[in-house]
Design a protein around this ligand. Structure first.
Ligand SMILES: [Zn+2]
Ligand SMILES: [Zn+2]
Length: 117
C-alpha cells in the first residue's frame, strides 16, 4: 500500500504512541479530511496523499499514491513554489478542462503564472 498521511506525520514528529491534532498541524497537514473519490471522511491514519494533491481513502487511492514518504515530500516541494516568482503562499489549485472530455488540475499563482500539476 502507498503511504498514509500518518506515515508522513511520523517522519516529521518522530515515533510516538499517539498522534494528536497538534502533531498533524506541526507537520502541515490536517487530522481530518475528505476522500477526493468517494467523499468519505478520512483521518490522517487512513488518508492516502495522492499525486493530484488531494487525500483519498484506501479504496480510491489506486495507483495515485506515494510509495515512500520521501516521494511525497519531493512532490510537495515541487508544487509549493511558483516557477515564475518563487512565492509559496500565493498558489491555488484550479480544475480545468484539458480536452473535450478530460479535466485536470493546474496550479495558479497570484502573479498570473499557471502551470500543470
Ligand atoms: Zn474514497
Ligand atoms: Zn508567482
Amino acid at each position: 500500500m502507498p503511504i498514509t498521511i500518518l506515515d508522513y506525520v511520523k517522519s516529521v514528529v518522530g515515533d510516538k504512541d499517539l498522534y494528536t491534532a497538534e502533531d498533524c498541524l506541526a507537520s502541515g497537514v490536517d487530522i481530518l479530511g475528505g476522500c477526493q473519490g468517494c467523499h468519505a471522511t478520512i483521518a490522517c491514519y487512513n488518508a492516502y496523499p495522492s499525486t493530484s494533491g488531494y487525500w483519498r481513502c484506501a479504496d480510491c487511492i489506486g495507483t495515485d499514491g506515494f510509495a515512500a514518504v520521501n516521494d511525497f515530500i519531493a512532490h510537495e516541494a515541487a508544487i509549493s513554489a511558483c516557477p515564475a516568482c518563487g512565492n509559496t503562499d500565493t498558489i491555488s489549485e484550479t480544475r480545468v478542462t484539458t480536452g473535450e472530455h478530460a479535466e485536470g488540475y493546474v496550479l495558479e499563482c497570484e502573479c498570473g503564472e499557471v502551470w500543470p500539476l
